[in-house]
Unconditional design. Sequence first.
Length: 441
Amino acid sequence: MTTSNYATERETTEGRVFTVTGGDWDTIVSGTDPINDERIVVNMGPQHPSTHGVLRLILELEGETVREARSVIGYLHTGIEKNLEYRNWVQGSTFVTRMDYLAPLFNETAYALAVEKLLGITDDITERATTIRVLMMELNRISSHLVWLATTGMELGAISIMLYGFREREYILDIFETITGLRMNHAYVRPGGVAQDVPDEAIVKIRNFLAMMPKKLKEYEDLLSGQPIWIERTKNVAVLDVTGCVALGITGPVLRSAGLAWDLRKTMPYCGYETYEFDVPTHPDGDVWGRYQVRLAEIRESMKLVEQALDRLRPGPVMVADRKIAWPAQLAIGVDGMGNSLEHVAKIMGQSMESLIHHFKLVTEGFRVPPGQVYVGIESPRGELGVHAVSDGGTRPYRVHYREPSFVNLQALPAMAEGGLIADVIAGGASLDPVMGGCDR
């Protein structure tokens, strides 16, 4: 008779039965006696609609009070960081954009800034390319916060705000599609600049969005801010003060909602943010209500930044001048909507044999990056998004590791949940705004 190395088995009248267990679930359950202790251990997720994808929470309950909470991650692991080691530096943009799928342009920009720092070309990035990066990131911040507002509202029973939040986000995704060709996972920000210029059509759409959005934000606040149920479910719920945030490494809106105005765009500026006028919203209470207020205020500040970026868009190239690094950024699409047009191919081939060979090597092999390692941090919608990039002097990364805010911020969930009600686990977890694609990578 064969035996299994992975599951216990027993014979029954209906045949052999295998008992498969996961992780340390049995150990946890065996430690409680629900009859005498009046405690039960329950699984929340990984399929629960309020766990933002595939987050699993193991909760030990006494009645409706949470006595212990444990987060289990890894269900959405995609191996993106490992995959980067098998692609050239430019191809890496296509992978990193898929990590935090609600903030793809931040993933791309952080990666591009790290590669540019290794190359020593940070100061060579054109003004137009840098301005476009700011423009796109701030639009992406608005769209990400809109998803947070929509999904949190849905989880707390406010169905209308879910519909409205996704409706306005759709407008931004339409802008992204006009500029990059894709709604998400753009691979638009690349080492050296951006993939292509912003068309005039997109500028019109952005200005229309800026004119429309203030009224929509007022509608959100009219719908929620005075609503008794919304107030009861958010005020003094899942409190985490500034000391707890700093101790756990929490950043982003969660930290700012506890009163600390830490924003990398101000404290450690990049992409010229030090030249823009904007405020860093904070709130003193460190609860779900404070996080709601901070994110709405950040949408307004991002709109200011988008408007300033539009006013700064001056004609010019969107990719560095060095042809040994510059990925082609003036593409012309063929009649089938794919690949390059024959005219563009003829232009490349007609320049010189040397330039054609170089273009071929750049696209197939990629450029070499001097050996070294760097860390670059930027302010994503969820907090500090950091890239630690290591080069061994080749055409592919030796190692790229992300300091992902969703991963770090999830540490706060037990601190917020334990001692509170099980219903408040939903509100507290949602207020962290975790994206499991970024957390697991």
